[in-house]
Design a protein around this ligand. Structure first.
Ligand SMILES: [Zn+2]
Length: 95
């Protein structure tokens, strides 16, 4: 899973992968995204990326199996969407 984000400061897009490699700084302006909790930030981004990959693979496998059921997309996506929207709100308020 290639999770993408946008920097508050410079407005440029980045891949989470880049942030994992450089220890939590914006690859464009070189400043930390969260100076006080860089390790927590990087760990959480790594967890999100890994969990995303795991979920993606599991769902692909399930679809390939063509089982006699359907999964409710909202039960998989709603919690994630809620927190992502929370990030967007924090973004908006800090401007
Ligand atoms: Zn930036």
């Amino acid at each position: 899973m290639k999770i993408k984000g946008t920097c508050h400061r410079c407005g440029r897009d980045f891949l989470v992968e880049q942030i994992l490699q450089n220890g939590g700084v914006c690859p464009w302006d070189g400043k930390p995204f969260q100076p006080n909790y860089a390790v927590v930030l990087v760990d959480a981004l790594r967890d999100a990326e890994n969990a995303g990959n795991t979920l993606e693979n599991a769902l692909e496998k399930l679809a390939d199996l063509e089982p006699e059921f359907v999964l409710h997309a909202d039960t998989v996506l709603d919690a994630q969407r809620r927190d992502l929207e929370r990030l967007e709100r924090v973004h908006g308020e800090s401007r």
